[in-house]
Design a binder for this molecule. Structure first.
Ligand SMILES: Nc1nc2c(ncn2[C@@H]2O[C@H](COP(=O)(O)OP(=O)(O)OP(=O)(O)O)[C@@H](O)[C@H]2O)c(=O)[nH]1
Ligand SMILES: [Mg+2]
Length: 229
C-alpha cells in the first residue's frame, strides 16, 4: 500500500489508563506485537500504531499507553483530549488499582468535558491468569458491577497469555469506527444540503435581479416612466 493510501485510512486513537503495573504496556504490546515481556515503568506516554481490519475496512489503530502515576498528568492531557476511546485497566489482584479506576475516570472526564459521555469506553480486569482457587482479589462480578455503574463494557484479560486482548481492543475500535462513520455520513449529508441550497440561491438571485439594459438604450428609462409618472 502506498504511503498516501496509508495516510487516508481512518485513524482510531485509544488511550489506556490505570495505576502503575496493572499491565497497560503489556496489553498494548500483546495487541501490537503479539508478545509479552517484563516491562519497565512507562514515563509520560508511548504511542504505538497497528493497521487492522475493522468492519471489513483497513484502519490505523493508535494505542496511547500512559504512565500509571498521577503526577505530571499535564504531559498526557493533550493526547487524552484527542483520544476517541478509553480503556481503564486494573489488576484483579490489586484492590487499590480497582478502587483508583474512579480517579482515572474523573480525570478523563475533566479533560474531555461533555464529550466524555459520547466516547467509547471499556473496563478491563487484567492478569486473569493469576486467579486461582481461594483467590482473594477482585471478582468478575465486582468488575462487572463497576463497569455498569460507569456505563461501560467490561472484560477480563491476561496480557501474559494473550487472553481476550485482541477482542477487547477490536471491540472498542469497532464501536469507534461505527461512531466515526455515522458522523462522516451526517457531515456528507449536511454538505450536500448546503451545496444544494447554495446552487438554488444562485438560481433565485438570477431570477430576481432584472438585467439592466446597456446605457445606449433608453427603453429602460421609458419602461420605468410608465410606473413613476
Ligand atoms: N501474570 C501476569 N502478569 C502481567 C500481566 N500483564 C502484565 N503483567 C506484569 O505486570 C508488570 C507490570 O506490567 P506493565 O505492562 O509494565 O504495567 P503498566 O501498567 O504499563 O505499568 P506503568 O507503565 O508503570 O504504569 C510486569 O512485570 C508485567 O510482566 C498479566 O496479564 N499477567
Ligand atoms: Mg507501562
Amino acid at each position: 500500500m502506498s504511503q498516501s493510501n496509508q495516510e487516508n485510512l481512518m485513524k482510531i486513537q485509544i488511550m489506556i489508563c490505570g495505576n502503575q503495573a496493572v499491565g497497560k504496556t503489556s496489553i498494548s504490546n500483546q495487541y501490537i506485537n503479539e508478545s509479552f515481556s517484563n516491562n519497565y515503568n512507562t514515563i509520560g506516554l508511548e504511542m504505538n500504531k497497528k493497521q487492522d481490519i475493522i468492519n471489513s475496512d483497513k484502519v490505523n489503530i493508535f494505542i496511547i499507553d500512559v504512565q500509571g502515576t498521577h503526577e505530571n498528568f499535564d504531559v498526557i492531557n493533550q493526547q487524552a483530549r484527542k483520544a476517541d476511546g478509553y480503556i481503564f485497566v486494573y489488576d484483579i489482584g490489586d484492590s487499590i488499582s480497582f478502587k483508583d479506576i474512579d480517579i482515572w475516570i474523573t480525570k478523563i472526564k475533566q479533560i474531555k468535558g461533555d464529550d466524555f459521555q459520547k466516547c467509547q469506553r471499556l473496563l478491563i480486569g487484567n492478569k486473569v491468569d493469576t486467579r486461582q482457587e481461594h483467590f482473594k482479589g477482585i471478582s468478575r462480578e465486582q468488575g462487572s458491577s463497576k463497569a455498569k455503574n460507569h456505563k461501560m463494557k467490561f472484560i477480563e484479560t491476561s496480557a501474559k497469555e494473550g487472553t481476550n486482548i485482541k477482542q477487547a481492543i477490536k471491540y472498542l475500535a469497532a464501536r469507534i469506527y461505527q461512531q466515526k462513520m455515522q458522523s462522516l455520513n451526517a457531515q456528507n449529508i449536511q454538505n450536500i444540503i448546503s451545496q444544494q441550497e447554495e446552487s438554488q440561491q444562485h438560481l433565485l438571485s438570477e431570477i430576481e435581479q432584472p438585467q439592466k439594459p446597456k446605457k445606449s438604450c433608453n427603453c429602460w428609462t421609458k419602461f420605468k416612466s410608465y410606473f413613476t409618472n
